[in-house]
Design a protein around this ligand. Sequence first.
Ligand SMILES: Nc1ncnc2c1ncn2[C@@H]1O[C@H](COP(=O)(O)OP(=O)(O)OP(=O)(O)O)[C@@H](O)[C@H]1O
Ligand SMILES: [Mg+2]
Length: 259
Amino acid sequence: MRTWAIANQKGGVGKTTTTVALGGLLASQGKRTLLVDTDPHASLSGYFSVSGEDGLGSVYELFTGDPRHPESIKSMLRATPYPRLWVLPAAPALATLDRQMSSRSGMGLVLRRALTNLDFDHVLIDCPPMLGVLMINALAACDRLLIPTQTEFLALRGLERMLQSLAMIEQSRRSRLPRLIIPTLYDMRTHASRESLQTLRERYGEDVADNFVPTDTQVREASVNGVPASLWSAARRACPAYHLLLDEILATEPTEETA
Ligand SMILES: Nc1ncnc2c1ncn2[C@@H]1O[C@H](COP(=O)(O)OP(=O)(O)OP(=O)(O)O)[C@@H](O)[C@H]1O
Ligand SMILES: [Mg+2]
């Protein structure tokens, strides 16, 4: 099972869009894929019209439920209209987790432990845009970090903050987490986009994906229709970009030993 966390402390950079696009594409290629929504805003759950408040459980219950029954995660998974694509939804109550959990120790590995009870080819964890117990859990549970980064200057500063947080977490993890920076919302007509993509490559070299996701108004249409942008052919720029990006991610998967 391959587990990727999709995270950036900066909001609105394409984390959820990218999680859904890559996950939808993996499932369409025959991989059993689980999308985990750890954002209290539950945008990913909403993408597939799934609610974590329907009584079937959500990521919130992983933290507050009986730790002796971690296997109950299986009954919390929701099917999507896409074969092999499943969602573990978020719930708004997740927003209260940091306050509740700060006094309890050992809360950083809840997600990692719960996921060991599952059998998927790929698990993609969509993170909220803030450093807290949920992002820490996602980073502890994953074997690779994907960092969507909008190609504009404020977003580059957000990326620096994200990488600083990561360095802090890596100290307790005692290993370097393989990471890939994914340039998003790239608009080749603007000087700002071109220049910030170049800056990204100069500063972060190998950690930056060769492929990027261009701005495409059809991405929003895809989300309104509950279709991953990678499977929405009207997204003439973003759809093929996500195909190339997934090929690149799979071709550069760290080996088990280095992960
Ligand atoms: N390539 C793209 N072209 C055009 N719009 C896009 C693209 N990618 C994402 N968007 C739009 O940008 C907005 C933010 O995207 P998304 O929700 O994926 O970001 P996010 O990083 O998950 O945000 P948050 O931090 O709030 O969770 C959405 O309205 C989405 O439809
Ligand atoms: Mg999001």
